[in-house]
Design a protein around this ligand. Structure first.
Ligand SMILES: [Zn+2]
Length: 334
């Protein structure tokens, strides 16, 4: 008989349709990987129908792995909403905003218009929530970040962005703005409880204080950061500071499976290893990161009649020592 696990797993940062690019380019630095492989492939292949077909594959894979909620940042996100409603999965979707033309929009203004239409259309939808999703501080200008933030403020929407992923991003931000990436976003007034920040690998102790004060949410993408050689986010320190840290797989081109169970296992093992302390990130903490912390970050207070407080009680009373022994095919995500 399979081990039962009744809590919803949450994948708080992915680019679902990137399952099409899984295994396409390996062993590369992030910049080379993006500039020479991913962005050209996206330019060539990404269309509205591509997003629908590939997201469907991605969602089936996530559902098989017990994921009940995911947060997506990509293009033609109206098709992601369609898939979520067809397959019955909850999604927070955000049309990727960049300063240059994307497969889904010719200009940043068009992306923001599209986002606003989606925000209005899905305002009261039980499965679909809409986020404002600028790609990063190195692909989106200050002016467009502020416009994105205004839109998020207007609809009290989630602000989803990649932040402090690589040393290069950190060093360039420091050189250009005399601020770390976290301090830069804070100065722009963007950090609050609706911010979901993917990665946060390159953060200082002062950055951690800012993130905690602003109640911003960090999405730790353990496998993507390792595979792209970006480093290890200090999540044990972040959790100690009271930051809500949840987990993401990132896209399948960088991680390479859409498996939060695996991302959680890796997250715990890395922290134990780099901190030389096996007591770091105990199994219950990891289960919280895989479930309730993700729900909190994405603004869901209850799922299928179970609220967060009840889920937290359940986690406290249960034993999850099977976390390291089993993979998702050996678990019944009832
Ligand atoms: Zn990402």
């Amino acid at each position: 008989m399979k081990q039962k696990f009744g809590l919803p797993l949450v994948n708080a940062h992915t680019h679902a349709a990137m399952v099409a690019f899984r295994g396409m380019a390996e062993d590369l630095h992030l910049e080379e990987w993006l500039n020479d492989y991913i962005w050209p492939a996206e330019k060539q292949r990404v269309s509205s129908d591509f997003i629908y077909e590939q997201t469907k594959k991605a969602v089936l894979e996530m559902q098989k792995n017990g994921i009940k909620v995911f947060s997506d940042m990509y293009f033609f996100e109206e098709r992601v909403a369609e898939v979520a409603e067809e397959l019955g999965i909850r999604v927070v979707l955000g049309e990727g905003l960049l300063d240059f033309p994307t497969p889904g929009a010719k200009t940043p203004a068009e992306t923001l218009e599209k986002t606003e239409k989606l925000l209005i259309k899905y305002r009261d939808n039980p499965l679909v929530k809409v986020a404002v999703a600028p790609h990063s501080i190195y692909t989106v200008s200050k002016k467009n970040l502020l416009k994105a933030n205004q839109l998020a403020e207007k609809y009290q929407a989630i602000f989803h962005i990649h932040l402090a992923e690589t040393k290069k991003e950190f060093d360039e931000c420091l050189a250009k703005n005399k601020l770390t990436p976290v301090a830069y976003l804070d100065k722009l007034g963007i950090l609050n409880e609706r911010a979901i920040l993917a990665h946060c690998v390159w953060v200082t102790d002062d950055d951690i204080k800012i993130l905690a004060e602003r109640k911003a949410n960090v999405v730790h993408c353990s496998l993507s950061n390792l595979k792209l050689g970006s480093g290890v986010a200090p999540i044990a320190k972040m959790l100690d500071s009271g930051i809500n840290v949840c987990l993401g797989t990132d896209g399948a081109a960088s991680s390479n499976r859409l498996d939060i169970w695996e991302a959680g296992k890796f997250a715990a093992l890395i922290q134990k290893g780099i901190n030389l302390d096996s007591s770091f990130l105990p199994t219950k903490e990891i289960v919280k990161m895989m479930t309730v912390n993700g729900l909190k970050a994405l603004g869901f207070s209850a799922i299928d009649g179970q609220n967060i407080a009840e889920m937290e009680k359940e986690i406290e009373k249960n034993n999850y020592n099977f976390l390291y022994a089993l993979n998702t095919s050996e678990i019944d995500f009832c």
